[in-house]
Design a protein around this ligand. Structure first.
Ligand code: ATP
Ligand code: MG
Length: 259
């Protein structure tokens, strides 16, 4: 298939597919600080969607609204055809078991070993998952995906920054989520380690067939990982497109991202 046909086919696929996750007209303010002013986003199955925005633009706020850690002032959020505002506590919990969330930083539990960190989500979602007899197998599998089986019995303090990020990723993978939300997966890492994490994210997309929403202000990360991008400016989805299109834009606010 030629390149043009390929692009047309992709466009067709996207337009006929239902999004697996959709944000409509999201508003969130803190007093006079109007952070999100009608933000929209659609994540389609199997894609890596990157959201870029400068520091303080509301990326983390948006992702926290998505998983119900923060309540939006207005707007709707649908995940796998469920409007999260209509879900009760148990239903929300069930849904969360299908969504992996890699927090900004790594947010490992410092007093637990790597193995215990990975077992934590299994225990937390016991009700949804049913009785799991072989947690060791699941822990090993997840650690294998990030090449860290040998670190199973170490404490977080004994790990490098890159290793911590990989353990956090393994902890996300252990529930075999359909959707993964990454908040700044490469921040605070040196360029080489950042590259390794990006490669890992790509292999995870292939291995687990996940749909991912990736928040970053790392242009290199966006270029390598994104199938599509949204630029968050002034609280809205200011521009959308594939990396090449956006990088070639003449719009001053868009250009500022690629300098
Ligand atoms: N709990 C809160 N209470 C009050 N203001 C908040 C709260 N959380 C975030 N904000 C404000 O919302 C704005 C957006 O914050 P957010 O953390 O989403 O930025 P960000 O785009 O993720 O930035 P960064 O790239 O630095 O992580 C900031 O002005 C911040 O001060
Ligand atoms: Mg943030």
């Amino acid at each position: 298939m030629g390149a043009t046909q390929d692009i047309l086919k992709k466009a067709e696929d996207v337009s006929t597919k239902r999004p697996i996750l959709e944000i409509k007209d999201l508003h969130k303010s803190f007093g006079n600080n109007h952070v999100l002013n009608g933000f929209n986003l659609q994540l389609f199955e199997g894609e890596n969607l990157v959201v870029m925005g400068k520091s303080g633009s509301g990326k983390s706020v948006m992702i926290k609204c998505l998983i119900g850690l923060m309540e939006a002032d207005f707007g709707s959020i649908e995940i796998m055809n469920k409007d999260i505002a209509t879900l009760n506590h148990n239903e929300l919990d069930e849904l969360r078991a299908e969504i992996g969330f890699l927090f900004q930083g790594s947010a490992l539990y410092d007093s637990m070993t790597v193995r215990e960190n990975l077992e934590f989500p299994l225990r937390r979602h016991r009700k949804t998952l049913g009785n799991i007899t072989d947690t060791t197998k699941l822990v090993m599998e997840a650690l294998e995906s990030v090449s860290l089986v040998h670190a199973m019995d170490l404490m977080p303090a004994e790990l490098s920054g890159g290793m911590k990020r990989r353990v956090a990723l393994a902890r996300t993978l252990i529930l075999k989520p359909k959707i993964i939300l990454y908040d700044e997966p490469t921040s605070g890492l040196d360029p080489i380690t950042a590259k390794e994490i990006i490669e890992l994210m790509r292999s995870i997309q292939k291995q687990y067939k996940t749909s991912s929403l990736i928040i970053t202000h790392d242009v290199d990360c966006a270029r390598v990982i994104s199938n599509r991008m949204i630029l968050l400016v002034d609280g809205i989805n200011y521009a959308e497109g594939v990396f090449k299109e956006l990088a070639a834009s003449k719009d001053e606010k868009v250009k500022a991202f690629f300098k």
